[in-house]
Design a protein. Structure first.
Length: 257
């Protein structure tokens, strides 16, 4: 059913391995981009999925570009970008100082490094809703790769997913649809204005793409600041009992159990 959406970086995480032989259930956890690029066919498909919860990680200005008018679902509007705005500004200063592909990658790593701390205040409403059985859930930002990628990577790791499986899923999120959201080469784009010139293709590729080093940077911060993914969630009073409930909602049991 969701094949009509797959070219937009929309996918079902069903089947992804978790702890003790479990896997994510089919059709309970979806990830994707924002609704700005949905046409009528996409909207029909999304409506048919029966999504009950939408976790929208976009900022308020981003939400002007696409509304959720095709699903009847609970909306969690979690403005993650607002919580790491200072770090994002610092990251883009790095790009301005070094306006090439490596500078762009350094900027992205600086932004990813800020995300775990920025997410801490946003976990409770999301985990409460999932624990209450409000699924299927769709998690998205604008492009569906950075904010969405870090949040879902951390959730999946907390549920026992192997790090390589989490990384492989994250790396599926490079998609052409990021281009209309600020990475164009035209002089009017935000990046061109920052650099006072049209960015070269290497910069665009680094900003609109995904890179294993980006996600690794975020997870390294978790390890350094909280010692483990469990330590991170314990710091916001989310422990084994909550993990058990999340697994009941999101995971299918191991084969033969």
């Amino acid at each position: 059913m969701i094949s009509t959406l797959s070219h937009l970086n929309f996918r079902d995480l069903g089947g992804l391995p978790l702890a003790d032989g479990r896997r994510v259930k089919q059709h309970v956890l979806f990830r994707g981009p924002g609704p700005a690029r949905l046409d009528d066919t996409h909207r029909d498909t999304l409506r048919a999925l029966g999504i009950r919860l939408v976790c929208d990680l976009r900022s308020e200005p981003e939400r002007v570009d696409g509304l959720h008018d095709c699903v009847d679902a609970e909306m969690l509007r979690l403005d993650l970008a607002n919580d790491f705005a200072d770090e994002a500004s610092r990251g883009f200063r790095l790009l301005k100082e070094r306006p090439d592909a490596e500078g762009a990658k350094a900027a992205m790593r600086a932004i990813y490094a800020a995300m775990p701390a920025a997410l801490r205040t946003h976990w409770p409403p999301l985990l409460d809703a999932i624990s209450a059985g409000h699924v299927p859930v769709l998690v998205h930002c604008t492009a569906g790769k950075d904010r969405t990628g870090v949040l879902l990577a951390m959730l999946l790791l907390f549920l026992g997913a192997p790090e390589d499986a989490v990384r492989d899923d994250y790396l599926l999120s490079a998609y052409e649809g990021a281009a209309p959201h600020g990475y164009r080469r035209e002089s009017s784009s935000p990046i061109a204005q920052l650099l006072a010139s049209a960015p070269d293709p290497g910069i665009i590729a680094a900003l609109k793409g995904v890179d294993a080093s980006y996600l690794a940077t975020a997870l390294d911060v978790v390890q350094r600041e909280w010692r483990s993914i469990d330590g991170y969630f314990a710091s916001i009073d989310v422990g084994p009992s909550r993990r058990k409930r999340l697994l009941e909602v999101l995971a299918e049991p191991a084969a033969g159990r």
